[in-house]
Design a protein around this ligand. Structure first.
Ligand SMILES: Cc1ncc(C[n+]2csc(CCOP(=O)(O)OP(=O)(O)O)c2C)c(N)n1
Ligand SMILES: [Mg+2]
Length: 327
């Protein structure tokens, strides 16, 4: 038996920002990070107030993977995502008002209020679809990658997925296919340590998910997913490979989930100290300030944050005022 390898830890990478991480990158990244955080906080408040039917799976703490990946992609690339996809949509440029209205089941929603939190689609911005079948984002993206390759668009497809999803058979089958056909596919695993209540380290036997993907023949890497600049760099490299015809890549990004698995989660399986530790060490906003802000001063960051907060607040008000989708 090989010795178990340690799981990657969010907040552990202290390397400087990549050389090509410009202030323009930093500015766009900060806007994305604070927009995603403010939006998810607003979603939790609206859900508690009874404005959102069903349950929601927010991605608080996982902003850097969404924003870093979206910054690295080009127009025409396609993205698939999961039950935890609000941030992925926002990072790609989805209108926060349409997204909030969708969550509230309003006629003005992104998909006319019929999809809700877990069935989003915004193809003009590259978001093919999100869905709640665990693992399904990967074969769907493999299909999109096959389409791009067949039509010779030069595009790549990126699947956001979770650590739990990587144990699904459909994901393995998609990896086999992607390697055999050298598909322009990027599998970006947001390893937040849990699949619902099951620890990732338990389900993987302590083994690295990236090492497992390497065994299937994918180029595979791990990255500190709390660092937007490092995610951007890793996805950029994977996209370059894909566009050169060199086939699929797998990126295991270690992230910290700062809220429950979903809005009803009492989190009895982990202590409050774990969340406090993640907030201190692996919050993508704090990590940006410490490592990826480039030449942006505090006043600039504050102004961007105010703009984004205003946009989310306006989205919330507009969504509340919109008519229901109806039966
Ligand atoms: C095929 C399938 N099996 C089980 C479920 C129930 N389920 C929903 S989310 C989830 C855990 C997913 O974990 P992970 O992939 O790590 O994503 P995370 O929630 O951590 O973002 C499970 C088991 C489902 N939706 N689909
Ligand atoms: Mg998980």
């Amino acid at each position: 038996m090989p010795a178990p390898t340690s799981q990657p830890t969010p907040g552990s990478d202290q390397t400087p920002a990549p050389n090509d991480w410009t202030d323009a990158c930093a500015r766009a990244a900060w806007a994305g990070l604070v927009r995603c955080r403010r939006f998810e906080d607003a979603v939790m408040d609206a859900w508690r107030a009874g404005d959102i039917p069903g349950v929601v799976h927010v991605a608080t703490g996982q902003e850097a993977t969404a924003v870093g990946a979206a910054l690295a992609l080009a127009p025409g690339d396609m993205v698939t995502s999961t039950h935890r996809g609000h941030g992925h949509a926002l990072a790609l440029g989805t209108d926060p008002t349409a997204l909030m209205a969708e969550l509230m089941g309003r006629r003005t929603g992104l998909v006319a209020g019929r999809g809700g939190s877990k069935h989003l689609s915004d193809p003009e911005r590259g978001l093919l679809a999100t869905n709640a079948i665990v693992g399904a984002s990967v074969p769907l993206a493999a299909g999109a990658a096959l389409s791009a390759k067949t039509r010779q668009t030069g595009g790549v497809a990126l699947a956001f997925t979770g650590d739990g999803a990587t144990n699904q058979g459909a994901v393995f089958e998609a990896m086999v296919m992607a390697v055999a056909l050298a598909l322009p596919l990027i599998i970006l695993v947001e390893n937040n340590g849990y699949a619902q209540t099951t620890a990732s380290a338990y389900a993987s036997g302590g083994q690295s998910l990236a090492a497992r993907a390497r065994g299937f023949g994918l180029a595979a890497d791990t990255v500190d997913g709390s660092r937007v600049d490092l995610v951007w760099s890793a996805v950029s490299r994977a996209a370059d490979r894909a566009r050169l015809g060199l086939g699929p890549s797998f990126i295991e990004a270690a992230v910290g989930r700062l809220e429950g698995f979903f809005s009803l989660d009492a989190q009895a399986y982990r202590g409050a100290d774990e969340v406090a530790r993640l907030r201190a060490a692996a919050c993508p906003l704090a990590r940006f300030r410490a490592k990826a802000r480039g030449g942006l001063d505090d006043a600039t960051l504050a102004a961007i944050e105010t703009d984004q907060a205003d946009a989310v607040d306006a989205a919330l008000a507009a969504a509340r005022a919109a008519p229901p989708a109806g039966p």
